[in-house]
Design a protein around this ligand. Sequence first.
Ligand code: HEM
Length: 139
Amino acid sequence: MAPEPTKEYTMEEVSAHNKVDDCWLVIGNDATGGAKVYDVSSYLDDHPGGAEVMLDVGGKDADEFFEDIGHSNDARDELKKHMIGVLKLSQEEVEKRRLLAEKKKSAGAGGGGMGVIAVVVAVIAAGYFYYKNKVEQQS
Ligand code: HEM
């Protein structure tokens, strides 16, 4: 039997589903296999993080929130059960997402990484001067 074609939804369609009895979310990004659409209406009451947080992002792209919590593999398995389709992006939205992902990547690599290196260099330098000072005092 041929697999069912995956249904595609636009962000506009998703945004209409933002109520307690009708709550959809977009979760996923290029790194996790693409943005997908989830109908979480039946899961709201079972969500260990509460219904409120999910309703806040009902009808929206909740990928960043979902990833920031650091959801477990169990949560990701549960997520799969609620998938109803994939997000259909316009050319403009594809470009916007690409630029955003690129910006995030470079901020992550540059910002945090360089800061840690600077602290390590400063600690080594301080140790070196402390040691040098001590040796000079002794001689
Ligand atoms: C269908 C989508 C979702 C599923 C299946 C899901 C599942 C779960 C599960 C199983 C947990 C328990 C901890 C774990 O196993 O990771 C959890 C905790 C939590 N989730 Fe979700 N979640 C979903 C969406 C979201 C979204 C969109 C948000 C935020 C906007 C969110 C926020 C939280 C919070 C705040 C906790 C509590 C963390 C804690 O108290 O340590 N979840 N979720």
